[in-house]
Design a binder for this molecule. Structure first.
Ligand SMILES: CCCCCCCCCC/C=C/CC(=O)SCCNC(=O)CCNC(=O)[C@H](O)C(C)(C)COP(=O)(O)OP(=O)(O)OC[C@H]1O[C@@H](n2cnc3c(N)ncnc32)[C@H](O)[C@@H]1OP(=O)(O)O
Length: 395
């Protein structure tokens, strides 16, 4: 089908979504009132000044985030050509700004103010003795990140959307993994808030088409996917998934790159790629056959068979299943004990176990991402996304 036709249909997807959104009164009201109460220009300018007075260097990731939000708040979506490959600093800044997509200026302004306010409180209290208790990290909108008992917990936090991964969440997860790789935790844990672990890729990621058209959208999507999965391949510490409920799509496939997967008996594991006109990602085309054998991997990845937690355990994708009623208690008791093990020994063991596969995994990730770039432009995929957005189809 001609690209023009596809653009038109994707544009219609977007319209359908707008219509659906306009019918959802509570969500709309929430958005309006948040904007109405949003940061004023004065708050924003004051936050810009406060950044200069921070007592503690917030680190490069946060600085990039501040830069991106500032540019978005003052100039809108990224409007400059991408710097060359070797212009590392400007490329990192451009990537951070560009990743904000069409985030409205007002939201960027509010996020900037919130981020600076979080930095100020942590900077002000940096000379005090920090309590051992849970400390929520500031600067994330789609995640709740806490550190306690040498465990960094990354909680996917869009429960109203079943923790679907929008582009901001992909970006924040990458930042969170980068930070967790350097912090003093021994293990890093992913979990979901609410009743789902995650419903996978947010299908509205397919809607807002940039001026460069659907091809540009697909190209950027493939870069985002590749960078995202690379972060899991390269993560140096033991990585644990605490799968509190159903998991779909990319939230399932990357589990093959985790070191422990604990599941509630309420969890399910579903990769409906063919149903969506898509193909496997997260290195699952390699890790799943390796973990569960070709026959079972094919059932999941080609035919979209949904596994119960018990089945996923039997097939080696899940380390252990717990009754939902005692899930949190049992899992966290276990993880707290593990987190006391010597950090370097665990890190080095992970290196020995995983390093000889890394190069291969990066190559597989690149291939899967580039195949998906093509798939996203196919009739099969466009129709599936349209069906979901027009509320005709659910998994
Ligand atoms: C070319 C563009 C490229 C873009 C960049 C891409 C970058 C990387 C891509 C990596 C690719 C990954 C592949 C996948 O992950 S495939 C899996 C995709 N996921 C789905 O297909 C799930 C779709 N959701 C459902 O089928 C159902 O929502 C559910 C999960 C079975 C739950 O059903 P239930 O009845 O319990 O709940 P609701 O449907 O009412 O959901 C509550 C609200 O949450 C919204 N929702 C849920 N899941 C998603 C989703 N994946 N994307 C967007 N929105 C989602 C749902 O619409 C409801 O919203 P509402 O309350 O506003 O109506």
């Amino acid at each position: 089908m001609a690209v023009v036709g596809l653009s038109g249909r994707l544009a219609r997807c977007y319209c359908l979504r707008a219509v659906r959104s306009s019918l959802r009164v509570p969500a709309l009201q929430l958005h309006v009132s948040k904007t109405a109460m949003g940061a004023s220009q004065k708050d924003f300018e004051s936050a810009v000044n406060q950044v200069k007075l921070l007592k503690k260097d917030p680190g490069n990731e946060v600085k990039l985030k501040l830069y991106a939000l500032y540019k978005q708040a003052t100039e809108g979506p990224c409007n400059t050509p991408k710097p060359g490959l070797f212009d590392l600093i400007n490329k990192a800044k451009w990537d951070a700004w560009n990743a904000l997509g069409d985030l409205p200026k007002e939201t960027a302004r509010q996020n900037y103010v919130d981020l600076v306010s979080g930095l100020r409180s942590s900077s002000d209290s940096s000379s005090q003795v920090k309590p051992e208790a849970d400390k929520k990290q500031a600067g994330y909108e789609t995640l709740v990140i806490t550190s306690e008992d040498h465990i960094t917990k990354i909680m996917l936090n869009r429960p109203a959307k079943k923790n679907a991964l929008n582009t901001q969440m992909y970006q924040e997860i990458m930042l969170a993994l980068e930070a967790a790789s350097k912090d003093d935790s021994t293990i890093t844990v992913f979990t979901g808030s609410g009743d789902y672990y995650s419903s996978g890729n947010d299908l509205t990621n397919f809607t807002d088409i940039p001026p460069g058209g659907v091809e540009e959208k697909a190209k950027n999507g493939a870069i985002l996917l590749r960078d995202f999965v690379d972060c899991f391949i390269d993560f140096p510490k033991p990585l644990v998934a605490v799968v509190n409920g159903p998991a779909v799509g990319i939230s399932v496939t990357v589990l093959g790159l985790f070191d422990l997967v604990y599941a509630s008996d309420r969890a399910t594991f579903h990769t409906p790629f063919s149903h969506l006109g898509q193909t496997p990602e997260g290195c699952s085309s390699y890790t799943f056959p390796k973990i569960m054998g070709l026959a079972k991997a094919v059932e999941m990845l080609i035919f979209g068979k949904k596994l119960t937690a018990g089945e996923a355990y039997a097939q080696g994708l899940v380390t252990e299943v717990f009754p939902d009623s005692t899930f949190e208690k049992e899992v966290w008791t276990r993880l707290k004990a593990y987190s006391k093990l010597p950090r370097n020994a665990m890190r080095i063991s992970k290196q020995i176990i995983r390093n000889h596969e890394k190069e291969k995994l990066h190559a597989i990730n690149a291939e899967e991402s580039s195949i998906l770039q093509e798939r996203w432009l196919s009739d099969e995929c466009v129709n599936a996304v349209m069906n979901f957005l027009s509320q005709k189809a659910k998994l």
